[in-house]
Design a binder for this molecule. Structure first.
Ligand SMILES: C[S@@+](CC[C@H](N)C(=O)[O-])C[C@H]1O[C@@H](n2cnc3c(N)ncnc32)[C@H](O)[C@@H]1O
Length: 204
């Protein structure tokens, strides 16, 4: 099945709080974004945002230039509906992160929780990094969260990559300065644990 069809089916068949990656609030992500972007006019994009409430929390925090990108129109519609009138303040992109047309040298912060690790093909990972380089300003910050070395080998029935801070940083290369990394144990809605890695980088 094509990735888009897969994700549409996931979001059509499951409630927002019944997917393994669900968390009521993406607290670690929010804290890292607040550190990366003190100025509330910073342009922040949540890549593969799905139905996560991060966009709600960023708006509530006063961020004025928030964008969300996802392959799934169903997920975007759920997030838009939840936000009501505030949805119009957000830039929405229903697209594949690798091929999306994004403004160039525009974003101050690129955030991705649990998308990059689905890219099992080396060429796709290189194209993802090119997309980051094209659309994030020099000096901008990139926050990527993937499964850690002890994380699961599959998610949503799909194979995933697992990374340490070093192996993830190596995918991005020398233009990315690794500022900080941490791991976190995520509890799924059915009580299983999953190790997540967070890397906070700056584009040099
Ligand atoms: C595991 S979910 C994580 C959702 C959200 N980031 C969170 O932490 O709750 C992965 C998300 O990435 C989206 N996705 C997967 N591959 C993608 C791609 N190539 N381009 C854009 N979005 C993608 C899926 O539709 C899904 O919403």
């Amino acid at each position: 099945m094509e990735p888009k069809a897969h994700w549409e089916q996931v979001y059509r068949s499951k409630a927002p709080d019944q997917v393994s990656w669900y968390a009521p609030h993406l607290e670690t992500s929010l804290k890292l974004i607040e550190r990366a972007a003190v100025d509330k006019r910073s342009a922040v994009i949540d890549v593969g945002g799905g139905e996560a409430t991060l966009v709600d929390d960023l708006l509530a925090d006063g961020y004025e230039r928030v964008s969300v990108l996802d392959l799934s129109q169903t997920a975007i519609d759920v997030a838009r509906q939840r936000l009501g009138g505030k949805a119009d303040q957000v830039g929405w992109y229903c697209a594949d992160v690798i091929t999306a047309t994004l403004p160039q040298q525009y974003f101050d912060v690129w955030h991705d929780r649990a998308v990059f690790h689905f890219l099992t093909d080396e060429t796709d990972r290189a194209r993802y990094v090119q997309q980051v380089m094209r659309s994030v300003k020099r000096g901008g910050n990139v926050i990527i969260s993937t499964f850690g070395p002890e994380g699961p080998q599959k998610c949503s029935g799909l194979d995933v990559m697992r990374y340490s801070a070093d192996t993830l940083h190596n995918e991005f290369g020398r233009d990315f300065l690794l500022i900080e990394s941490s791991t976190e144990t995520h509890l799924t809605p059915w009580g299983a644990t999953q190790q997540f890695l967070y890397c906070f980088c700056r584009i040099e």
